[in-house]
Each structure stands twice: as C-alpha cells, then as structure tokens.
Write a protein that binds this ligand. Structure first.
Ligand code: PHE
Length: 364
C-alpha cells in the first residue's frame, strides 16, 4: 500500500496538470475548488493529520502543506497568465473603429421654425409660378430708398430707423444719410430684379432685413418675403387673388383676406392686407363667447403691405424695358416671423433667436 506521502505526491502531480490545463478564469476556479476546496482530498488529509500516528504527522503534514502552497502558487501564476491573455484578446476583439459614424446622444435635429416657414411660403409661391430670388443684405441707399420713390426727407431714411454702414468710421449724429446701409426691407430687390431682366417678372425674395427696433414683436434683424409680379394687364384684383391663394395655403382653406388703404412710397395705390382670424374663424369671439385673443376680437390679423408698383419706380428701370404705359405690376411684403408666430402660437418674436432647444424642440 502506497504511503500517505506518495498519495500526496500523486495529488500534487494531478493538481499541477489540472491547473496547467485550465483555459479560462472560470475553469481555473473550478480546478481550485476540486483540488483545494473544502471537499478536496488534500483538505481532508490536512484535516486528519491530528488523527495520524505521531511518527507520520511530521512527514505527512509537511508534504500536504507544501503541496497546498505549491498548488496555490501555481493557481495564482496561471490566473495571472489567463488574465493577461484575456486582456489581450479583449483588446484585439473590442477594438473601436474610430472611422464608424458616432451615435448621437440626441435625435438628429431639424430645421429652425423660421426656415420651415420660409420654405412653406416658397413652396406655395413656386406652385403659383414664382421664382425665388435673393438679394444683398448690405444695400445701397439708391435701391433701398431712392429708386423706391422715397423723397429725400422721408423719415425712414433717418438714422434712428436704419443701420448705416460707414467704412470710414462711426456715423456722427446729424451727418445725414449715407450711401451704404443694411436693407430695411426686401423691396430693393424689386428694382434689382427689374434692372436685370425685362418683364414679365414673377418672383419672391425671402431674406433678412434690419431696423433699429426691438420689442416682443420687433427685432433688429428679421425676415421678410417680398413678392413682385409685373407684366401686361396685371391689376389689383390679381394682387388680391394671389394673396388669398397664398394665405389659404398657409392658414387654411377657409381664410378670407381684406385690404385696407395705406401708403408706401413705391406703390400706388397702397394697401395693408389682413387675413381672417383662424382661431375664431373671423368672428372675433371664441366658442365660450370670450373675446378672441389672437385677433383681439377684431376677426382680422394684420400681415403686411402691398400695392400696385408706382410708375415712378418703373421710371428707374425704363432702360430694362419697363414702360409704365405698357405694363403694370403689384408688389407685396410681409414678415416671416409674424407668420411663424401666428402659425405656432409663439407670443414673443425674440424667442426665435434665443435658440433655446426647449423651444426649438417643439417644432420637430
Ligand atoms: N417693404 C414694405 C415694408 O417693409 C412692405 C411692402 C412691400 C409694401 C411691397 C408694398 C409693396 O413695410
């Protein structure tokens, strides 16, 4: 019968082999439990040493303890080896491909409400056969005022309404009008478009405009859309029909429009146009008989200015084929912010330019 010490040597050999064969941290842990755990043979031998003959206790105890320590050390070593190997394969397999597109934390954004409103207007007008044009935001006094039939002393030329651009230095108070300015409206493009091409013209001009004005319904920079239709036999009825068609697309098929007499230097006659209120259907009163807050009980919402192109304006572009005896035309202009405010129930125009995502997200 082999001695207990021989048996311990067999255990050590078997244990060493098992430890070397363990291929993962989990397998190694199983090996540890099998060879060194509570139910392991070596553990039982160590526990039974006190029951041995006194002469055997020394050699058996010594051999068992050495084997336990040897296996423990080998397990630790193998564990470190396996951890290093796992780290290595992990690094290879989980390598990040930095050329892949990132996944954004937020949903992809969307167009600004002003841009969407502009595009809606453009779509409607393109559907009516109009071209979309753009013009310079930094403009000459000639196009912004003079060719639009503004007399020299028109109040809009005064410095408090218009931002003048003076490359030579700051404008001194009382210096009077300068030649270069930030356009105060999109109307200068009426003249530029007619200068560039003979009649007929059907165009709209969306774009930024600038005025020294700032409150809940005015901002120093805002957007307008200009409309111009010039050709033979164009009348005020065409203007009304065009505005009606456009505003029904924007505010709903039941809308009506009205025009009120007004004055603009570059149109004659001139009007302001209103759309019937889409909240109270033009009655001024809501279902619970309270006053409609949107139109302030009037039933109509003011939108912009319009009129028949003044013959004096054609006079500035007569070289391009605009003879006021042969042709007529209408023009209109209105603010994009105002349309967006009405469509989305936004009470303060400045909110559009704060670019607070909590507001902008609501238009996705
Ligand atoms: N340009 C004018 C404004 O800014 C609006 C307008 C445009 C009026 C075209 C008549 C014709 O108020």
């Amino acid at each position: 019968m082999p001695s207990m010490v021989d048996r311990i040597e067999q255990i050590e050999a078997g244990g060493r082999q098992a430890v070397s064969a363990a291929a993962s941290a989990a397998e190694l842990e199983e090996v540890r439990v099998t060879w060194l755990g509570r139910k392991a043979e070596l553990t039982a031998i160590l526990r039974g040493i006190a029951d041995l003959e006194p002469a055997e206790r020394g050699p058996v105890g010594g051999a068992a303890n050495r084997t336990r320590k040897a296996l423990e050390a080998q397990i630790e070593e193998r564990g470190a080896e396996l951890a290093a190997a796992e780290l290595e394969t992990g690094l290879v397999e989980d390598r990040i491909d930095v050329t892949l597109p990132g996944s954004p934390a937020r949903a992809v954004g969307h167009l600004h409400p002003i841009t969407r409103t502009r595009r809606l207007i453009e779509d409607v007008m393109v559907g009516l056969g109009y071209r979309v044009m753009e013009g310079p935001e930094v403009e000459h006094d000639f196009y912004n005022f003079t060719a639009l039939n503004h007399p020299e002393d028109h109040p809009a030329r005064m410095l408090q309404d218009t931002f003048y651009v003076d490359p030579a230095g700051p404008v001194e108070a009382g210096d009077g009008p300068r030649d270069v300015l930030l356009r105060t409206h999109t109307s200068p493009m009426q003249v530029r478009a007619m200068e560039a091409a003979p009649p007929p013209i059907f165009m709209i001009v969306p774009g930024k405009t600038y005025r020294r004005d700032s409150d809940a319904t005015h901002s120093p920079m805002f957007h307008q859309v200009e409309g111009l239709a010039v050709g033979e036999g164009i009348t005020l009825a065409d203007l009304k029909g065009t505005l009606l068609a456009m505003l029904r697309e924007i505010f709903g098929p039941d809308r009506e429009i009205r025009m009120r007499p007004h004055f603009f230097p570059f149109t004659e006659p001139s009007v302001e146009f209103d759309v019937s209120c889409f909240r109270c259907s033009g009655t001024g009163t809501l279902n619970d008989s309270s006053r409609c807050g949107l139109c302030k009980g009037i039933g109509w919402i003011e939108l912009g200015g319009a009129g028949m192109v003044d013959p004096n304006v054609f006079g500035f572009v007569s070289d391009s084929g605009y003879d006021s005896d042969q042709i007529t035309g209408f023009a209109f202009g209105f603010g994009i912010e105002r349309i967006a405010m009405l469509r989305h129930g936004v009470g303060d125009l400045r909110l559009f330019f704060d670019n607070d995502v909590r507001l902008l997200e609501q238009f996705s």
